[in-house]
Design a protein around this ligand. Structure first.
Ligand SMILES: CC(=O)SCCNC(=O)CCNC(=O)[C@H](O)C(C)(C)COP(=O)(O)OP(=O)(O)OC[C@H]1O[C@@H](n2cnc3c(N)ncnc32)[C@H](O)[C@@H]1OP(=O)(O)O
Ligand SMILES: CC(=O)C(=O)O
Length: 532
């Protein structure tokens, strides 16, 4: 292994095995190879790739990973069970598949709860110990590094501590390099983990690891409690993916080890890649990255409250537990009706607009934001609409690329149950009156098309812009269909994406406002001079 920390602490990733056990994740071999590359780039020490022999996909993964990936940091790990009861380890088909995977490291899963041995394995406690001992010894004799996962260890310890420890000792004495205590049902709390890990370490002398499921929401805390108690091997998954509610999340665990414990567990510079790697893996598994995930979520360093912003203006550390750049994330200011002067000044700075400490101007902007939010606008989700508002206040007039004389949208209900949608816009741009009509698959789409048909000749930059998301929310208020409607639109131009908001008594009026802002902002971004 190159460039790994020399204290021997193990960061063991099981995204491709336990992470893949999450409902909704279904990885192809190509997905697994991509994730393995990301994890290796990140610098974990071990990548558990799956259970060879359990399904053709995992078997193929090991063959291809060995042939196609030149691992820089990680060792590939194959996962599987101890031999079956009454079968010699060397004759067990599943143990053979582990060897045939070619993985240099093998993690065996073994029962350590007496009830599981009797009910699930349907064998004796003695035979289970023999299964552990013999399988570990056989795989060691074949030149493999062996780790052993003690399934249901903490529940088993409660039921029969003596037997649970015998399983640990059997594995340790047979040559298992690390014995991992698993909170398989995820029901433990940090204090319980701490006490058990300390005792088992003292009583067995085995090197211990921790594998924590997140059923109490404590998997990361439980993992760190085990480390405090002496465990030197942590099993985690990217973004906490895993069976049921998931596993200990790799990213907060390694961030805590590096930044809070001062223990180097990743190669130099890897932590700064953490946000990117987390999001890249989320893309591969086809799940939206969680915006509120510690350290790596887009909201992890987003500040909304005015009081926070006023302190952050003096020193960001006053309201941040770390500098976001250390984990590759960024601080963001959110503007809403909870903003104060400092929030607006900092947001202006983020947008490259110096408000120059003009208290009256900043106060006016704060006031305007609060009034508009009361009407239903939301600026924290619509940065582009906020920037237009800010510029309008700073420059004393709106930035306009076109002026709207009127617009109209018609929905025609036909006897065959289909609808025809048509819109007409009347605009002024560069001194020219434009009347444009278009059809669409809905009234908003028809309006969007009419706007483009009318303006594209004058502003060819519009051709690069595309509406990528459209969200409608009925705000509380009057009665049913009379309620206020808020529309959020996201637009992209191949270089980036921006969001705008519109509010109105009906969905089409609100959509029109959001579209108007979307194109005004897009033209501003494209460097077009505003003129009517
Ligand atoms: C806590 C965890 O997450 S461990 C990881 C669990 N992961 C998975 O189960 C995913 C992959 N699993 C599979 O594809 C299948 O379950 C297989 C291929 C492993 C086994 O499939 P099958 O042979 O059809 O058996 P099945 O799944 O019904 O039952 C598991 C068998 O393994 C046995 N077993 C369970 N744990 C162990 C163990 N630690 N050591 C030895 N045998 C074990 C069970 O007693 C049962 O044996 P039986 O078939 O004689 O009743
Ligand atoms: C091994 C494992 O995944 C568990 O015990 O949860």
């Amino acid at each position: 292994m190159k460039d790994l920390p020399d204290d021997g602490f193990h960061v063991f990733d099981t995204t491709l095995r336990d992470g893949a056990q999450r409902e909704g994740i279904n990885l192809t071999v190509a997905d697994k190879l991509t994730i393995a590359r990301h994890l290796d780039d990140f610098g974990v020490g071990f990548i558990e790739g799956g259970w060879p022999g359990a399904n053709p996909r995992d078997t193929e993964f090991f063959a291809r990973a060995r042939a196609e990936i030149d691992f820089k940091h990680a060792q590939l790990v194959a996962f599987g069970a101890t031999r079956k009861a009454g079968v010699r380890a060397e004759d067990d088909a599943q143990v053979k598949a582990l060897l045939e995977s070619g993985a240099p490291v093998i993690t065996l899963v073994a029962k350590s709860h007496d009830r599981h041995v009797e009910l699930a394995l349907r064998t004796t406690l003695e035979e289970n110990l023999a299964m552990v001992r013999e399988t570990v010894a056989y795989l060691r004799s074949q030149g493999r590094r062996v780790f052993l996962d003690c399934e249901h260890f903490f529940d088993g310890y409660r039921a029969n501590a003596g037997y649970a420890k015998q399983v640990v000792s059997a594995a340790h004495e047979a040559g298992a390099e690390v014995v991992i205590l698993c909170d398989t049902n995820g029901g433990m709390l940090p204090g319980q983990i701490d006490a058990v890990v300390r005792t088992v370490l003292a009583d067995t002398g085995a090197r211990l690891g921790i594998h924590a499921q997140d059923d109490t929401g404590c998997a990361v805390a439980n993992t760190l409690a085990a480390v405090d108690a002496g465990a030197t091997h942590v099993q985690c998954t990217a973004n906490g993916y895993g069976e049921r509610v998931g596993n200990a999340n790799l990213f907060p665990v390694v961030a805590a080890l590096e930044l809070k414990y001062g223990r180097r567990v990743l190669p130099e510079g890897a932590l700064e890649e953490m946000t990117r790697i987390s999001h890249a893996i989320a893309e591969v598994v086809n799940l939206t990255p969680s915006t509120h995930q510690p350290y790596v979520g887009v909201s992890a360093f987003a500040h909304k409250a005015g009081l926070h912003a006023s302190a952050i203006k003096v020193d960001p550390d006053l309201y941040q537990h770390i500098d976001p750049e250390r984990v590759g994330n960024t601080m963001r200011m959110l503007v809403s009706d909870m903003a104060g002067r400092a929030s607006i000044e900092l947001k202006g700075r983020e947008l490259g607009i110096d408000l120059g400490g003009d208290r009256a101007l900043v106060g006016r902007i704060v006031q305007r934001v609060k009034e508009r939010e009361l009407e239903g606008y939301t600026y924290e989700a619509a940065d582009a609409s906020f920037e237009l508002l800010l510029r309008q206040e700073v420059e004393g007039r709106p930035r306009r690329f076109f002026r709207v004389e009127s617009w109209r949208a018609i929905v025609e209900d036909r006897p065959d149950g289909t609808h025809a949608n048509e819109a007409t816009v009347k605009l002024w741009a560069k001194g020219e009156r434009i009347v444009a009509t278009a059809e669409g698959n809905g009234p908003v789409n028809a309006l969007d098309r009419a706007l483009r048909v009318g303006l594209e000749r004058i502003y060819p930059q519009l051709a690069t812009m595309e509406l990528v998301d459209y969200k409608v929310r009925i705000l509380e208020g009057k009665h049913g269909t009379e309620s206020t409607t808020r529309v959020l639109v996201s637009t992209a131009d191949g270089q980036g994406e921006w969001s705008t908001v519109g509010v109105g008594e009906n969905v089409i009026a609100a959509s029109w406002q959001a579209l108007d802002d979307a194109y005004a902002y897009g033209l501003l971004r494209a460097g077009v001079d505003p003129q009517e």
